[in-house]
Design a protein around this ligand. Structure first.
Ligand code: SF4
Length: 407
């Protein structure tokens, strides 16, 4: 039986048919293609290492080429597709899921020589950490990073930790990092007896951490840390402080750091951070008994105003279990919301915001890059391999193993 995680609204008035806003597939216009990242000139892409020819997006044979290359590789290749990926890529995924599920799936396929990860950089790093040394993890476009993961750089985090040591509070602090962080940060957390968490198990990770110490240093997503501590664990907002790595001592006084229970890193997801309280108010006015369902990477006021809050997998389960005719405004990445709306035509599933909200870095993995990566493998070349050095991987694995051992 599906259960809401944080709060559930009730007593809403009945829906009128006029209030329903159903998903409309964007027209195949130049603007729509640009919004989907399809109108770019391959020669102008920055930070991309694509030796050889990157197929043109307009190549009518892309699907046939990907199908043929995948068939030629057979069981030697395993293609992972994150939920936020485009349909054109998802159709070639052997498995879809969130970042941790995909890394686990890669680890469960030790016979696959090549793991082609249709996701972003930190996810491919996690797959490399969890797979065998013989397996090679490939990211079809090296420019597919994650703005949130990039907001916590190891040098900045070490500077913060040294400040905590100078204050004499480091021994009381357990570092916790969200899965959406670089291997360097996971390694830092493992070295300092902390734990990795996902949006599904953040409460369990924090509960365990507060049994080990009196404070938590939460990286890199301030919103997941704050939402979990305040809305799921009963902390006050005043128990949380925000550490800004671009300010001296994080922009905090020594007393603020000494008194804080949650030291939140100033990072956020640029996709989920776009939803605002106005988005929630606007949809409630438009569709009076709409259910607002959001990801915990959304801002605190948005999560407070929502009816249901949960991870990507939770959102998928919630919409699967929702009754026919019910209306849902969903605050997460648009590719996923769009796919869920198309999969459930009996339910009114709409995007929480009126503006387009794709994860632009995730969208860099398009069909031309997937075709290019697969054809390179067929040709005996390994493109865009993601590797994590052994020392970092060892300590990151410690933090990941601690997550798997959470009670
Ligand atoms: S949706 Fe947000 S957290 Fe996820 S990859 Fe994109 S920027 Fe990173």
């Amino acid at each position: 039986m599906w259960q809401p995680t944080l709060r559930e609204a009730d007593g809403r008035p009945a829906l009128c048919d006029d209030d329903f806003v159903t998903w409309t597939e964007p027209a195949n216009t130049a603007t729509a293609l640009l919004l989907l990242g399809r109108g770019s000139d391959p020669a102008s892409e920055r930070g991309v290492d694509c030796p050889g020819d990157l197929p043109a997006p307009s190549d009518p044979d892309l699907v046939a080429r990907a199908t043929a290359a995948k068939a030629a590789l057979g069981d030697r290749v395993f293609v992972l597709g994150h939920h936020y990926q485009r349909d054109e890529v998802i159709q070639f995924a052997d498995v879809t899921g969130d970042s941790f599920k995909l890394a686990q799936q890669a680890a469960a396929r030790p016979d696959a020589e090549f793991i082609v990860f249709c996701g972003v950089h930190f996810m491919a790093e996690s797959a490399d950490i969890l797979t065998t040394p013989a397996q090679r993890v490939i990211l079809p476009d090296l420019a597919a990073g994650c703005s949130m993961a990039d907001m916590a750089v190891l040098g900045q985090v070490q500077t913060a930790w040294e400040h905590f040591e100078d204050l004499g509070i480091a021994g009381d602090i357990v570092p916790v990092t969200y899965m959406n962080s670089s291997a360097d940060i996971k390694g830092f957390v493992g070295r300092n007896k902390g734990v990795v968490c996902t949006s599904s198990n953040a409460k369990r990770a924090l509960t365990w951490s507060f049994e080990q110490g009196s404070k938590v240093f939460f990286l890199p997503d301030q919103h997941l840390g704050r939402n979990t501590a305040v809305l799921e664990m009963g902390f006050d907002l005043d128990d949380c402080v925000l550490y800004d790595p671009h300010k001296a001592n994080g922009g905090l006084t020594d007393d603020q750091l000494r008194n804080a229970r949650m030291i939140l890193w100033r990072g956020h997801c640029s996709v989920h951070g776009r939803f605002t309280l106005d988005s929630v108010r606007e949809v409630r006015e438009r569709v009076p008994e709409v259910n607002v369902l959001v990801h915990p990477e959304c801002r605190h006021d948005v999560v407070q105003a929502a009816d249901y809050v949960g991870s990507t997998e939770y959102i998928i389960r919630a919409l699967d279990a929702a009754p026919a005719g019910s209306a849902w405004a969903v605050g997460t990445e648009l590719n996923l919301v769009r796919r869920l709306a198309l999969a459930h035509p009996d339910k009114q599933i709409m995007f929480l915001d009126r503006t387009v909200c794709y994860c632009s870095t995730m969208n860099r993995i398009d069909l031309p890059h997937l075709v290019w990566a697969l054809e390179e493998l067929v040709a005996g070349r390994v493109p865009n391999q993601i590797t994590v050095d052994e020392d970092t991987a060892h300590h990151a694995r410690v933090a990941l193993d601690q997550m798997l051992a959470l009670p």
